[in-house]
Design a protein around this ligand. Structure first.
Ligand code: ZN
Ligand code: ZN
Length: 371
């Protein structure tokens, strides 16, 4: 986390003085503005642990963290096969942490039933969410548990597929079991980001195999211990859904309407990231510098994401280099030379904190909204 924080400070320095202002918002909360096309952008965490497997907290604490973070939904996904606290906290009913979380959450956060199928590679670790009974998954081997989760209507995704404890070179690769599960539509998503980790090989697998792009915290301790909150935030999946209901989120996951939000980066397919960026950023003319034809363009950010932009338009810039930071719930003022007017203002950007494929940022044009 610290390296990233230093990177953000450097980014501010190299932005060459473009005015940037932080707003008064609660920067901890992961609330997003609505996409232009309608619906919602929902932050969800589909991979967490409590004392009911190898986590450090009771389910009520997970729920309170989720409420404070402004999550729309969370799954508590205990290891089925790994139960290091069973002597102290015996719980023959594997739905218990879900039940306690749901009771604690009330209407504040949607709690999704789930479990972590914890196998050797292959299949490795696999999360099943939107299941109806974790007990049925705990009685069979990992491959059968995946099939049982599917029979329950679950959404199934491969966890940390690059994990160096199971892939010593740290590279995710599909084995024949994964390939057959994908072909049979039994494996629907893959973590490209898990906690502090990001995997280019997992991202490539997601794109090449039409899998949902997932980011999760996999938190075991406290979110505030693992992330520099509120400067940092837990790793989550952003889901584009018509509303925040369980039905809408489940359907959106199945249709790959997801992106991972990891550190400052948004990772996803171009059409999804474009919707998130367009919901977040607006461009407006801010008037001329006194007695001049140097136009100020204001990029306003109404999201909790810290954006890093590269201006690709050819006009020379006056108060910044081509690299501009737009803070969460803040704005950046970019002064543009070359006779640009409020009527013809239009800027091309590389959104440097986005990835539409490994090492490839989203490129888009922003224009002021028609009055
Ligand atoms: Zn795991
Ligand atoms: Zn886990």
């Amino acid at each position: 986390m610290h390296n990233l924080w230093i990177g953000a400070v450097l980014a501010l320095v190299v932005s060459g003085g473009a005015a940037a202002h932080e707003g008064p918002h609660d920067l901890r909360r992961m609330d997003f503005p609505a996409p232009v096309a309608g619906g919602r952008i929902l932050a969800v965490d589909l991979h967490t642990h409590t004392v009911f497997s190898d986590g450090e907290v009771w389910p009520t604490i997970r729920v309170e963290e989720a409420r404070r973070d402004g999550l729309a939904a969370m799954a508590v996904t205990e290891h089925l096969e790994y139960q290091p606290r069973a002597a102290d906290i015996p719980h023959p009913d594997r739905n218990r942490s879900y039940q306690l979380s749901k009771a604690a959450a009330g209407e504040s956060v949607l709690i999704i039933p789930g479990a972590e199928i914890t196998g050797q590679m292959p299949p490795g670790h696999v999360n099943a969410v939107f299941i109806t009974d974790a007990n049925a998954l705990s009685r069979v081997n990992p491959e059968a548990a995946i099939r049982t989760a599917n029979a329950q209507g679950g959404f199934v995704f491969w966890n940390h597929p690059y994990w160096s404890r199971q892939q010593p070179d740290g590279v995710a690769r599909l084995l024949p079991l994964h390939q057959s599960l994908i072909a049979q539509k039994q494996l629907h998503g893959i973590e490209v980001a898990n906690g502090a980790d990001y995997s280019e090989s997992a991202f490539r697998i997601a794109l090449d195999n039409n899998l949902a792009i997932i980011g999760t915290s996999d938190v075991h301790g406290l979110v505030d211990w693992d992330y520099d909150v509120p400067r940092g935030h837990r790793t989550v999946t952003l889901v584009l859904a018509p509303d925040g209901s369980a039905t809408a989120i489940r359907k959106a996951l199945g249709e790959n309407r997801t992106a991972a939000w990891y550190r400052d980066s948004l990772i996803g397919r171009p059409a999804i990231l474009e919707q998130i960026v367009r919901a977040s950023l607006t461009l407006a003319p801010g008037g001329y510098a006194e007695g001049s034809k140097v136009l100020t363009a204001v990029v306003k950010n109404t999201s909790p994401v810290r954006y890093l932009l590269r201006v690709r338009s050819p006009q020379a810039l006056y108060n910044s280099t081509d690299i501009v930071t737009v803070p969460p719930h803040g704005e950046a003022q970019i002064q543009v030379t070359g006779g640009v007017t409020p009527a013809n203002l239009s800027l091309d950007f590389e959104i440097l904190n986005t990835l539409v494929a490994p090492r490839q940022p989203l490129v888009l044009n922003l224009k002021p909204k028609a009055p």
